[in-house]
Design a protein. Structure first.
Length: 252
């Protein structure tokens, strides 16, 4: 397909997992893709795997607004503007995140800084870039954990992802009349490096699979397919939506 022929996209957290799968999908459909991540070596390596798409590796911590602003400026300078922005970067502080009475404030702040403030900063500078070009699409990657208590002991992560969903809804209203659609994707358990800490445990994996109606975790490419749909003209009448892509996990 060539749904993104001539389009220019910037994806955060693009060095691996869902971000890289999304970059790969958009590039395969004709987009020029800027891959933004905090890990310079991994970002360069990820960009080298793309076929077509004029991959542009960019390095920034999404919690650092000045760095994100510079990255957006670099992409706009390279291509004359942007059409698609995907706010995907996230962290999960395994071993530090916990239930509230045991959760250190610093772990809370670091999680929120990346997952929620990082999404806000990406939406802020993404919206500015899209407004300058007459419109476009923003997709934020959230989590069902932001809506349901399915991640016990990951209070900071769950709260931060709930904030992302709220940001999607209000931004969709803010920009609807100016040609910018804003949607969210809520991936269920997905085969990504972030989840390796427990998916590599056979017993934990089997227990989780038993809770998912389709019986398995998602592949990153399956999440990327929904992100691509929401970023494309096929979703021209979709804004403010939060799409669960979780194999039925939250449908019970």
């Amino acid at each position: 397909m060539d749904r993104f022929e001539g389009r220019r996209a910037l994806i955060t957290g693009a060095a691996r997992g869902i971000g890289l799968a999304t970059a790969t999908r958009l590039a395969a459909e004709g987009a020029r893709v800027a891959l933004l991540d905090i890990d310079a070596d991994a970002t360069a390596a990820a960009a080298a795997t793309l076929t077509g798409g004029e991959p542009l590796p960019l390095v920034a911590d999404v919690a650092d607004e000045a760095a994100v602003e510079r990255a957006f400026a670099a992409a706009q300078e390279a291509w004359g503007g942007l059409d698609v922005v995907v706010a995907n970067a996230a962290t999960q502080l395994v071993g530090e995140d916990d239930r509230a009475d045991r959760l250190d404030l610093e772990a809370w702040r670091r999680t929120v800084d990346v997952n929620l403030t990082g999404a806000f900063v990406t939406v802020k500078h993404g919206a500015r870039a899209l407004l300058a070009g007459g419109g476009g699409a923003i997709v934020c990657v959230g989590s069902p954990a932001g809506h349901y208590g399915i991640a016990a002991g990951l209070d900071a992560y769950s709260a931060s992802k709930g904030g992302v969903s709220g940001l999607v809804r209000v931004a969709a209203i803010d920009y609807a009349r100016e040609g910018i659609r804003v949607n969210g994707v809520l991936p269920g358990i997905t085969e990504t490096p972030m989840n390796r800490w427990w998916l590599d445990d056979a017993d934990a994996r089997a227990a989780m699979a038993a809770q998912i109606p389709v019986g398995r975790p998602a592949r990153p490419q399956e999440i990327a397919a929904v992100v691509a749909f929401l970023a494309s003209d096929d979703a021209a009448y979709v804004t403010g939506a939060l799409w669960a892509v979780d194999g039925g996990l939250t449908a019970r």
